[in-house]
Design a protein around this ligand. Structure first.
Ligand code: URA
Length: 478
């Protein structure tokens, strides 16, 4: 038996050198044990304990394997080193093995890589910094407990995102620090060393309470997106239970007031179809969460996917998530969203009945101190994201798509479409679907002149009234 002792949990280079030498020496996977320095005794006496000698031979593996292995090796499962070695061993004689989606080793390694990516994503979304020191001396410290060995993987995101503030992320295994110039790592610490609260806590709670919409609450989806194990480190966590409890009461009141129920037979006809589209959208949402089609994912907290009934008659398309949406993971919950909500009410449209999404699903920004300044997405970014919009539209089959602003118009119509020349009338997208182009609510927010703002807002509401008429007509036809 050969025992390979790696330097540490994420020693990919050590694994790679050893694995390469073992393969070239013809050592079968079942004749190798993998362990980590300091833990050898856990595995009991071994017959050999040797770093394999460098071998001169060579062999090629697909680049895809190296990418997959670099991520899967960060998984917490002890068996990962052996599993990766077995896959490598088999790849020598079966170069296309990774394409065999039903192969048990491929399935296991892919699932590990997926779990690691998900953990990384959760870390990006749920790290909350607490301020220690003030002003020039300020340092921001967060406590996080990753499920896998992802601190090194996740840290560059925080360096880009919070480039101007010195921070430390403390975890039980490894800590990451940023001084404004470089990232460094130190051994893990206990939770007692992390600050428990700070003066920003209340701001977080207020913000969370503001964006919480009881009418759109989906507890199951929320628990999937924000599993309970993360709650203990989130300042807003103390609000979640009372908000959910309040939402249930509000929903019951709404149900009590519901005017009519669809006819039972019609309900039966609609159910399987609805379930199909809903699950289609959920699958799309999951796929989009790991979209890497353009570089915007790198600095954004998360993909902000569309939201709304799976069979909405109207689909509203904005430009891209803003700062608030990026943090909340929901479209149009910030200032532009509030402006949109107001205009929808005035136009006679219930937001809960429309599907709301964006042409670009990651927040594009430049950091300026603690602020993230919105940047307009480029044409390649709009194009890279377009398949998500197309697939959302194909699943929902709306009667009308409302494109708000130039980016949305470009995403929806597939070409640059000037707003003023095209607004105010319906445009054919295909036989079943029309498009309506209008301004973006942020444009209204930015107008400095109050008269112009009022005038433009009224025009925006007029455009939405056209959409309301389509909604009414389609309800009559149904
Ligand atoms: N602006 C957008 O276009 N979309 C959002 O979700 C928020 C602001």
């Amino acid at each position: 038996m050969n025992t390979i002792v790696l330097d540490h949990e994420t020693d990919f280079d050590g694994w790679r050198h050893a694995a390469r030498a073992l393969v070239l020496d013809g050592i079968k996977p079942e004749d190798v044990t993998w362990t980590i320095k300091g833990e050898e005794e856990l595995f009991g006496p071994t017959t050999t304990s040797s770093p394999p000698r460098p071998s001169n031979g060579t062999f090629n593996v697909p680049a895809k394997f190296v990418e997959l292995a670099q991520i899967a090796i960060l998984h917490r499962d002890r068996k990962r080193f052996a599993l990766l070695y077995r896959l490598l061993w088999r790849l020598r004689h079966h170069h296309d093995l990774l394409e065999v989606a039903t192969d048990p080793d491929v399935i296991s390694v892919s699932a590990m890589a997926k779990a690691v990516r998900r953990d990384e994503h959760k870390m990006h979304a749920f790290v909350r910094f607490r301020e220690i020191g003030r002003e020039r001396e300020a340092h921001y410290v967060a406590w996080f407990e990753p499920a896998h060995h992802i601190v090194e993987l996740a840290a560059p995101f925080f360096a880009r995102r919070f480039a101007d503030m010195p921070w430390s992320i403390l975890t039980p295994e490894r800590c990451a620090h940023w001084d404004g110039f470089a990232i460094s790592f130190t051994p893990g610490v206990s939770k007692a060393e992390a600050p428990a609260s700070d003066r920003l806590e209340e701001t977080w709670r207020r913000y969370y309470a503001t964006i919480f919409n009881p009418a759109r609450l989906k507890v199951k989806a929320m628990n999937t997106e924000m599993p309970k194990k993360y709650w203990r480190n989130l300042p807003e966590a103390s609000l979640i239970k009372p908000l959910i409890a309040g939402a249930a009461r509000a929903s019951e009141a709404m149900i009590g007031k519901a005017p009519t129920e669809p006819h039972k037979a019609q309900q039966r006809l609609e159910q399987p179809m609805k379930r199909k589209t809903a699950s289609e959208l959920e699958t799309l949402r999951e796929e989009a969460a790991s979209c890497r089609a353009c570089p915007l994912w790198k600095d954004a907290t998360q993909t902000v996917f569309g939201e709304g009934p799976p069979h909405a008659t109207i689909m509203l398309v904005g430009e891209q998530p803003g700062d608030k949406e990026d943090l909340a993971g929901k479209p149009f919950v910030g200032p532009a969203g509030q402006m949109l909500d107001r205009a929808l009410v005035e136009a006679g449209i219930d937001r809960n009945k429309v599907y709301v999404t964006n042409a670009v699903k990651h927040f594009k920004f430049v950091p300026r101190g603690k602020i993230r300044l919105h940047q307009k997405p480029s044409t390649p970014e709009i194009k890279a994201c377009r398949p998500w919009y197309e697939r959302e539209r194909a699943a929902i089959k709306p009667v009308l798509v409302v494109a708000m602003g130039a980016t949305a118009a470009q995403g929806v119509l597939g070409k640059i479409t000037p707003i003023n020349k095209n607004r105010g009338h319906l445009i054919d997208l295909d036989e079943q679907t029309k498009a309506l182009v209008t301004v973006h609510p942020s444009y209204l927010l930015r107008l400095p002149d109050q008269d112009a703002k009022a005038r433009e807002y009224a025009r925006f509401v007029e455009d939405l009234k056209l959409a309301a008429a389509v909604l009414r007509k389609s309800a009559r036809a149904a």
